[in-house]
Design a protein around this ligand. Structure first.
Ligand code: 5CA
Length: 170
């Protein structure tokens, strides 16, 4: 389960902030040899993240948390940064109407703030859907706990770490 680490002026693991360090530890505990990079510039949005690491916006994994309107269940959609998620499609997949979760719900269910939600290490196990378009790329990048932290992984890593279902989300 190797993730190739790029040569970017990143901080070393022992300098990571607490939330990014938590993601790094979780990755290693689950056998993913990925390195969390905490950058000096913002990676809050997919566009910023792509600029920061020098990849295409489509290679950035957006972690979008939705909420089942009836069940209040959190639903995680990990989507390509260049795609707009079709909520009606996800709604059909979970057999109930959904809405975008608010910031406090996201923090409560995942343990992370919007803009830094990683694909693993959440407080609760989230029903997860993975955007099939991420498989267009050999390497992709996901948030690592805060809006300046990222790690590089493969689409297969993403499937393994989330247990999510690969679907069309657009
Ligand atoms: N670090 C980047 C790239 S990995 C990142 O986390 N991007 S993200 O797309 O996964 O997270 C930001 C997303 O959170 C936005 O795309 C948006 O859908 C959602 N979001 C932003 N603000 C809010 C808000 N106030 N309430 C609910 N969702 C929000």
């Amino acid at each position: 389960m190797n993730c190739i680490v790029p040569a970017i002026g990143e901080k070393m693991t022992n300098e990571l902030s607490p939330s990014a360090h938590r993601v790094q530890t979780t990755l290693l505990e689950h056998g993913f040899n990925c390195t969390v990079l905490e950058l000096s510039e913002s990676t809050r949005t997919a566009k910023e993240a792509a600029q920061a690491v020098g990849c295409q916006v489509g290679q950035i994994v957006k972690s979008l948390v939705f909420k089942g309107k009836k069940s209040q269940t959190p639903i995680l959609v990990v989507a390509s940064g260049s795609n707009r998620v079709n909520e009606a499609k996800i709604s059909k997949m979970v057999s109930e109407p959904i809405k975008m979760a608010h910031a406090d719900f996201v923090r409560k269910k995942t343990g992370f703030a919007i803009g830094g939600v990683p694909p693993l290490g959440h407080f609760e196990k989230l029903v997860t859907f993975i955007d099939e378009d991420l498989f267009e790329y050999d390497d992709i990048w996901a948030a690592a706990g805060n809006p300046r932290a990222l790690f590089k992984l493969t689409p297969d890593n993403l499937v393994e770490m989330t247990g999510g279902k690969v679907v069309s989300v657009i």
